[in-house]
Design a protein around this ligand. Structure first.
Ligand SMILES: NC(=O)c1ccc[n+]([C@@H]2O[C@H](COP(=O)([O-])OP(=O)(O)OC[C@H]3O[C@@H](n4cnc5c(N)ncnc54)[C@H](OP(=O)(O)O)[C@@H]3O)[C@@H](O)[C@H]2O)c1
Length: 330
């Protein structure tokens, strides 16, 4: 018997945005389980973050076959908590998974073949104890497999009922357009794209956002906080409990350069003048684009999650503030 009862007013303050031209709405802030939810992490902390997220109106949780470490363990932990605490809330949740990176040895456990995508989703469903995911993504482009085969696999997955919607991640803009043409022809349009986007990585501004707008595809940028760099996390050094301080963290200490920290300090001053944390200003900056459906954050504590959701109290910028950010990033 679970100790968790979702609070009644959980939908009162979150904003829900339509995902491209689909009918699906996603919360302005979504939670990803790439880090902090694996076999190496404390399950009770994972549970506390998920409870608080749902109480704050976060209905969308993003996973992938390989999240952990070890790979697969984030889906296992999520599945366990889902069944213990969210058993009666499945229809209030949007759960996504992906395949596209190395998951098992041999020629069928990586990239974008029909063989890999369908087998991998079956494994993900088993790990999470689910009949279907809401969104299934191809995680990255495959230079060898014909696009028709990969998109055909997404279409087959949706038709089989194992996913409700199809998405792509890390696809450049021209390939996204081609993928959408194939998927539309098949009758299963791509409704969402998951690219990296934050103040330090603005590649989506060179064509992708325009393509998404034209094709009616929603956008859920990952690492909007640049894995923690665009927060106050590293202003006084690298602590062992931070992503850069952990041996398995994807953010490595050499990426936290003096040049970046100089910019982070100036951005932090600006955020304080706006009465926000730097994390909040960084998320507001991503959410300023009309193409953005939801900012996909990570969190290692309940306090970080609450800070992120607090962003929604102020997502507007003056022209002077925009210009100051451009000057700092230049
Ligand atoms: N499609 C893809 O290829 C791809 C790739 C990467 C990620 N993703 C998805 O995107 C999700 C988010 O990625 P991400 O975790 O890199 O996002 P992020 O939001 O840029 O970084 C999250 C990290 O920032 C720090 N943080 C968060 N809120 C904070 C706050 N309020 N104050 C101070 N520090 C804060 C925490 O670091 P500490 O852990 O150090 O506390 C947290 O783990 C992933 O879980 C995954 O679902 C997808």
């Amino acid at each position: 018997m679970s100790n968790y009862r979702p609070i009644d007013n959980r939908y009162d303050s979150m904003k829900y945005n339509r995902c491209g031209r689909s009918g699906l709405k996603l919360p302005a802030i979504s939670l990803g389980l790439w880090h902090n939810f694996g076999g190496v992490d404390e399950i009770e902390n994972c549970r506390a973050i998920l409870w608080r997220a749902f109480d704050l109106g976060i209905t969308h949780f993003d996973l992938a076959n390989n999240y952990g470490p070890p790979p697969g363990s984030a889906e296992e932990n999520f599945g366990r908590i889902l069944h213990e605490d969210f058993a009666s809330s499945r229809d209030e949740l949007i759960i996504s998974s992906k395949a596209g990176y190395l998951m098992w040895p041999g020629p069928y456990g990586d990239w974008g073949t029909r063989k890999y995508l369908i087998a991998s989703l079956d494994q993900s469903l088993k790990r999470m104890g689910l009949d279907y995911v809401d969104i299934f993504y191809h995680h990255r482009p495959d230079p060898e497999t014909p696009l028709e085969e990969t998109m055909g696999a997404l279409d087959q997955i949706v038709r089989s009922g194992k996913a409700l919607y199809a998405g792509v991640s890390n696809y450049p803009h021209e390939l996204t357009r081609q993928a959408q043409q194939i998927l539309k022809r098949l009758g299963t349009p791509c409704i969402i794209h998951q690219p990296v986007y934050n103040m330090f990585n603005r590649w989506v501004e060179n064509g992708l956002l325009q393509t998404l707008r034209e094709e009616g595809i929603g956008c859920i940028p990952f690492s909007p906080l640049a894995q923690g760099l665009l927060t106050n996390r590293y202003l006084s050094g690298i602590t062992p409990d931070s992503r850069a301080g952990k041996p398995h963290g994807f953010l490595r200490p050499h990426q936290i350069t003096d040049e970046k920290l100089g910019k982070v300090r100036r951005l932090n001053d600006l955020a304080q003048k706006r009465g926000q944390s730097l994390a909040q200003m960084s998320l507001a900056w991503v959410l300023r684009c009309p193409e953005i459906t939801s900012a996909l954050i990570g969190a290692s504590t309940v306090a970080q999650l609450e800070d992120a959701v607090g962003t929604l109290k102020n997502v507007s910028f003056t022209n002077e503030e925009f210009q100051s950010i451009e000057n700092i990033l230049a």
